[in-house]
Unconditional design. Sequence first.
Length: 112
Amino acid sequence: MEWYLVPDLVFNGETFIKKVKVGSKSICLVGQGGELFALGAKCPHAGGDLTQGWCNDGKLICPLHRYSFDLKTGKGSAGQNDYVSSYPVEIRGMEVYIGVTSFWEQFKQSFK
Ligand code: FES
């Protein structure tokens, strides 16, 4: 796993939804309830931009057709049968880092 610094962000516990690019990934970074969550930015239903959505009851809501995804796991709500990737987030001092595992790392780990 590689850790990427999120540029121009100091997290003070505020609520926000922001698109960040780390490595080759577009990530929807969410500050909610004093925590940070990082999910894939593209909705698996029809490609909606989740960074234009909103949060409700621990879920990120897609603005296009209102599918919802758990902020912690990325799992879609009951009946959706889908998910978005979720990424670990670390706050180091005042800086925010997102951990990304490459496709090849995941592939190799699947054979261990
Ligand atoms: S594109 Fe996200 S719910 Fe349809």
